[in-house]
Design a protein around this ligand. Structure first.
Ligand code: DHB
Ligand code: FE
Length: 279
């Protein structure tokens, strides 16, 4: 059976990709943020996962307000990115996966989740920045990636409880896949931030800490928030916590945290990262 070997949470702020391209990791602004990544990179280097399931959100590159799947999953052999206007360089294509992804699609539909199935999509900073962070120099092409996209841009959005349940269903699908491949799961985006409107720039570091604690010990407590509550407490884009909840659902059962970092603000965002392993 395929095995989930761990879960990783990370911000996907576009400026991170630009900072890496410009070699700014050790500058005063960035150093505490990038200090959070070597332990995760080392773990990935030791474990060598075959497949990454990446819960991300598409901020408008492929799925704009005119067509917004609630949940979408990629089943393509390869994914390109494109300039979204943030100035992130075009980077090497992300390697896709076409067997476990279809197995997940079939299992999800069997268990009453009905994702949009994508055989040709571009991926935005929500997916590419985390991969570039984990594999500096854009050295991520050896790993097969299954993008799972969650609507975090246009209301109505899927509830936190539903995102957690989606993750659980995907975790069970992985467990039932006849393969000895190792799978790592990424929850991207978050934590508190709001990019526009009157409250642009709000950060709630106390809530971010609560999220990181509860993600480990009591994720179901986080699923009791509504999206409206998340917007109020953590800003309009604080709902990106939903990708972290999907990741945590995927891990099925108890986890332990082996690494954490949090810096706020980075750009406009409370930037958290964690490495979680199954007990
Ligand atoms: C920022 C954060 C995001 O999650 C995003 O998608 C774009 C920008 C930021 O803080 O700059
Ligand atoms: Fe975002």
């Amino acid at each position: 059976m395929a095995k989930i070997i761990g879960g990783i949470t990370t911000s996907h702020i576009p400026a991170i990709g630009i900072a890496m391209d410009r070699g700014l990791e050790d500058t005063p602004y960035w150093k505490d943020f990038f200090a959070g990544y070597p332990p995760i990179r080392e773990w990935l280097g030791e474990q060598k996962p075959d497949i990454a399931i990446v819960f991300y959100n598409d901020h408008g590159l492929e799925m704009f307000l005119d067509k917004k799947p609630t949940f979408a999953i990629g089943c393509a052999p390869s994914y390109d990115n494109a300039d979204e206007g943030w100035g992130i360089a075009t980077i090497p294509p992300v390697t896709g996966e076409t067997e476990l992804s279809w197995h997940i699609v079939n299992e999800l539909i069997e268990h009453d989740f009905d994702p949009t199935v994508c055989q040709d999509i571009k991926v935005d900073h929500g997916l590419t920045v985390p991969l570039s962070l984990m594999y500096p120099g854009h050295n991520y092409q050896h790993m097969k990636v299954i993008p799972v996209c969650i609507n975090c841009e246009r209301h109505p959005m899927p509830k936190p409880s539903r995102c957690y349940a989606l993750g659980q269903a995907i975790g069970k699908a992985v467990e039932s896949f006849d393969s000895d491949q190792k799978v790592v799961v990424f929850g991207t985006g978050g934590l508190s931030h709001q990019l526009d409107g009157e409250r642009a720039g709000i950060i709630n570091a106390d809530f971010d800490e609560e999220c990181m604690n509860k993600l480990v010990s009591d994720p179901e407590a986080l699923t009791r928030y509504s999206n409206d509550e998340l917007v109020e407490i953590a800003g309009a884009q604080g709902v990106e916590l939903n990708m972290w909840l999907a990741m945590r659902g995927c891990m099925l059962g108890k986890v332990r945290e082996v690494h954490r970092n949090y810096v706020a603000p980075i750009s406009n965002t409370g930037a958290g990262t964690q490495l979680l392993l199954n007990e």
